[in-house]
Design a protein around this ligand. Structure first.
Ligand code: CU
Length: 572
């Protein structure tokens, strides 16, 4: 039996058993067990993560990375604050300084190999004591990537190639300023240790980072209460549940990673269980987490797909009459960027009935409270990930109940709306690209590749410092990303955002930016490989340096589906 308090250190008491045998009372077990990364029970109310706000332009944070095997057998990771709360939301304004000290207190969980099976572990000879140059990547190494931020790819800011913090190291300091022109929205932090990113993120190592001021880009959200929903995945709690009668004929076929393969039905055994702000939503019953809100009330919901490998296809369903119907969601931001920012010609709000959110991606939308008495749910609908892709079936996430006295979320957006300054550069969609490159995803039985067209697929080598692509800062390029494999991949690049120009060869010219994009899977019936064409914006001086692009299905990334890019200063 575990009880989870809302905040602070949580103590779980093992059952106190008094057995009466032959008239002699025996205390069998009296044991206090401290849960390092405690988790709410299924069906619990979704609580906001702890929120830390910058003050006078600075946010100081001390986090400790921890892991454990919970009493339910799950492998868990978390970032602890001094008061025992986990994985806080960091809130800063453009121009603010973040000073984040990360102490690595990871240990190898029992039964877990020190080296992941995919990993090409690189332990530098005579391992350097300097976390900036260590590059030692083992199961207990860790570091942070600030996903989506346009900060420099250097140590103490956003380098993931060499930076590696070991359990014996003192707290490691990340120190950087949110760029003054950072679009306001939802970003996030997570470990990026090659070979071990999947294990750590899957266990729950992730948190949200919000750049404040979205109401300055879109006055429609000014004054709205806001919620942060972090969707994580985890290994199935009940792997033997495939035989349950509720899921007839849905036998789990398992891929090389031990995940259930896409069933092609929208049902069946999911590859992973999900959680919402750590409230588990587990197969096969999918008892949803709970949120109360006021009927008709508008809130800004900021949803982060912090899963390691699970696609989300979010929809809000409300029961009207005998049927559940999809409710409109007012999308205002994708991947941290307001839809109408950066000189975009687009609208600030797009009303949609569902939205696919790839692993790593974010969506921020206006959620309207359902009527009193109308059952409502935030769900994820089936995503067809391809024949060898993971099974991401239909399932509920959150049950939404409207009551007139529902408690408001902690955070509320500013009412005053001083418009964002005009963009420093023209809308990227109006810039003619300097050159076009083609890359392709492919995979074989044991490896995953992301290769420049014309080259031989090779798994990413963390020891190599040779970039596959060299770009000049100031340039805008078009990249065509092809998928030559039978499963979906999610292309992501650090440091920059891009515009989706073509989808499967058709012009779409999206009027907003992304940092992660789905690339549909290939089937033998197709005449050509599916592809996307994206306009890559290297104009920001902060992009100078060497960093990575990769598939954000993290076991693919760990398995080698990653490449190195160097952005050089412009020739003068
Ligand atoms: Cu992939």
């Amino acid at each position: 039996m575990r009880s989870v308090a809302r905040r602070g250190c949580k103590i779980a008491l093992a059952a106190l058993l008094l057995a009466c045998q032959g008239g002699i009372a025996t205390v069998l077990a009296t044991e206090a067990v401290r849960d390092v990364c405690p988790r709410p029970v299924p069906g619990a109310t979704v609580e906001d993560p702890e929120e830390l706000r910058s003050q006078n332009g600075v946010l100081n944070v001390d986090l400790t990375a921890r892991n454990e095997v919970g009493q339910d057998g799950s492998t868990r990771y978390c970032y602890l604050l001094g008061d025992g709360s986990q994985s806080p939301t960091l809130r800063l304004k453009p121009g603010d300084l973040l000073v984040l000290r990360l102490k690595n207190n990871l240990s190898v969980a029992p039964g877990e190999p020190k080296h992941a099976h995919h990993a090409q572990v690189h332990e530098a000879p005579g391992t350097s004591a300097d976390p900036c140059t260590s590059a030692a990547m083992t199961a207990t190494s860790t570091n942070l990537h600030f996903h989506g931020l346009t900060i420099p790819p250097v140590c103490h800011q956003d380098d993931v190639l060499r930076t590696s913090i070991q359990p014996d190291d003192p707290p490691f300091e990340y120190r950087f300023r949110i760029p003054a022109d950072e679009p306001p929205g939802l970003y996030w932090y997570h470990p990026h240790i090659h070979g071990f990113s999947s294990r750590q993120v899957l266990g729950g190592a992730s948190g949200a980072l919000i750049v404040e001021g979205i109401e300055r880009a879109n006055p429609e959200v000014a004054g709205l209460p806001e919620r942060v929903l972090v969707i994580r995945d985890q290994d199935l709690a009940k792997t033997d549940a495939s035989a349950t009668p509720a899921n007839p004929g849905m036998q789990a076929f398992v891929d090389a990673d031990g995940d259930a393969i896409n069933s092609g039905t929208g049902g069946g055994v999911p590859a992973k269980d999900l959680s919402v702000n750590y409230v588990p939503v587990t197969y096969p019953n999918y008892q949803p987490a709970a949120i109360n809100m006021r009927p008709g009330e508008r809130q800004l919901w900021r949803v982060l797909n912090a899963t390691s490998v699970t696609y989300l296809n979010l929809a809000v369903l409300v029961k009207r009459g005998p049927k559940f119907r999809a409710q409109w969601m007012g999308v205002v931001g994708i991947d941290g960027v307001p839809l109408n920012a950066n000189g975009s010609p687009g609208h600030g709000t797009e009303w949609l009935q569902n939205i696919v959110v790839a692993p790593g991606a974010r969506v921020e939308f206006i959620m309207v409270g359902p009527p009193v008495g109308a059952p409502a749910m935030l769900v994820t609908r089936w995503v067809d990930t391809g024949t060898t892709g993971e099974n991401d079936p239909n399932r509920p996430l959150v049950s939404i109940v409207a009551t007139s006295d529902a408690q408001e979320p902690h955070a509320t957006l500013h009412k005053a709306t001083e418009a964002l300054p005009p963009p420093a550069r023209p809308w990227v969609g109006s810039v003619h690209p300097t050159r076009v490159r083609k890359l392709f995803f492919s995979e074989d039985a044991a490896h995953f590749y992301l290769t420049l067209d014309g080259q031989t697929p090779r798994a990413f080598d963390p020891a190599s410092t040779q970039p596959s692509i060299v770009v000049k800062q100031g340039d805008v390029e078009d990249w065509i990303i092809e998928n030559r494999s039978p499963e979906r991949h999610a292309f992501h690049i650090h440091q920059i955002h891009f515009q989706l120009v073509e989808w499967l060869g058709l012009a779409v010219n999206e009027s907003f930016l992304r940092d992660t994009i789905n690339v549909p899977f290939y089937t033998a019936a197709m005449k050509s490989y599916p592809s996307v064409r994206i306009r890559m914006d290297f104009r920001d001086p902060n992009t100078v340096g060497t960093f990575v692009y990769h598939c954000h299905l993290l076991d693919h990334e760990d398995g080698g589906m990653m490449g190195l890019i160097k952005v050089e200063p412009p020739a003068r």
